[in-house]
Ligand binder design. Structure first.
Ligand code: ADP
Ligand code: ZN
Length: 301
């Protein structure tokens, strides 16, 4: 049996797992994200003696995914203290000699859902997370979208809700989507934890107004076959209902497809893999790393 290593690196916690290329997780652990040396040390320690053949790593970002770059595998410019310019992939590679595929946490989650979750069998989907930050990963024509760096779909500009006086908290753009609708924004605006707000609180209508704008834009630009909404804040089921209503209202019938007009409840859905979309997707990344290494060794034995 070939075992694969998976890492989901988040700003709050890291999840590490060992699993198979069919998506079965046989061992999993999670721990708080602290200082980079300490956190990456725990990652390496977990994989010691696990006999894994490759690693897939979905990471919080921004990250450098360009193989030709001197800073490939680094976290680049993050407001998270001590992690800016930290070489996360290099740290692993110094201790574990297996091929590694590195990607964004949200791309990994999109891949996990496409392989074994809500978007199984589809060649396109989008995974959006609303948690400490907001981000999205997209699969288009069977491939994860990268580009010059990687998409940063959490920082879209949004139209302000007419009753919302909150200033926004994005250190770069103030009232971009993440600045207005991340978990911490929601909590700063209302002065309570997000899960303490009653399900009929005004907060959810305002929240849905912002998230729906982003989803409409993602739909217009990428036309994904399925949109999956994950992250802590999206656990509020009433929010999903409100978002669907707003998306329908804002689109105003413009995308004349039955999936949008009549089946939005099966188009815009929670993650089928629950809290495991990212770590399961990282297993797929590991499988890809192994396949790529095998192909390279056939070409250059
Ligand atoms: P992270 O983004 O750090 O990986 P989460 O996706 O859990 O982690 O997001 C954390 C944010 O989501 C926090 O602001 C938290 O208050 C909020 N959150 C977590 N669980 C819930 C819940 N059940 N309902 C509403 N908000 C929640
Ligand atoms: Zn921003």
């Amino acid at each position: 049996m070939t075992y694969l290593g998976a890492i989901e690196g988040g700003g709050t916690k890291f999840v590490v797992a060992v699993g198979t290329s069919t998506g079965e997780i046989v061992d999993m652990e999670s721990f708080a994200t602290t200082m980079p040396e300490e956190t990456m040390g725990r990652v390496v320690q977990f994989f010691e003696n696990k006999k894994i053949s490759a690693i897939g790593f979905g990471s919080f970002g921004p990250i450098d995914l360009n193989h030709a770059s001197a800073t490939y595998g680094h976290i680049t410019l993050t407001p998270k203290p001590h992690w800016s310019n930290y070489d996360v992939v290099g740290h692993i590679q110094r201790h574990i000699d297996v091929p590694i595929t590195f990607d964004t946490d949200v791309n990994a989650a999109a891949l996990g859902e496409a392989m074994w979750g809500a978007a199984q069998g589809l060649s396109s989907c989008l995974y959006m997370t609303i948690g400490t930050g907001i981000g999205a990963g997209a699969l288009v024509e069977g491939k994860l979208v990268h580009g010059l760096t990687h998409p940063e779909m959490g920082h879209l500009l949004v139209r302000r809700h007419p009753e919302d006086l909150y200033a926004g908290r994005c250190p770069y753009h103030q009232d971009c989507l993440e600045g207005m609708a991340s978990g911490p924004a929601l909590e700063e605006r209302w002065g309570v934890k997000a899960y303490e707000l009653s399900s009929d609180h005004k907060a959810w209508e305002i929240q849905a107004y912002y998230i729906a704008q982003a989803i409409m834009n993602y739909m217009l630009i990428l036309s994904p076959e399925k949109i999956i909404l994950g992250g802590g804040v999206a656990k509020q089921q009433q929010l999903l209902t409100l978002i669907r209503e707003q998306v329908r209202t804002m689109l105003n019938g413009y995308i004349a497809h039955e999936a949008i007009l009549n089946r939005l409840d099966t188009y815009l859905v929670p993650p089928q893999l629950k809290d495991c979309s990212g770590i399961t997707g990282a297993l797929v990344l590991a499988h890809q790393a192994l396949q790529a290494a095998k192909a390279a060794s056939i070409k250059h034995p």
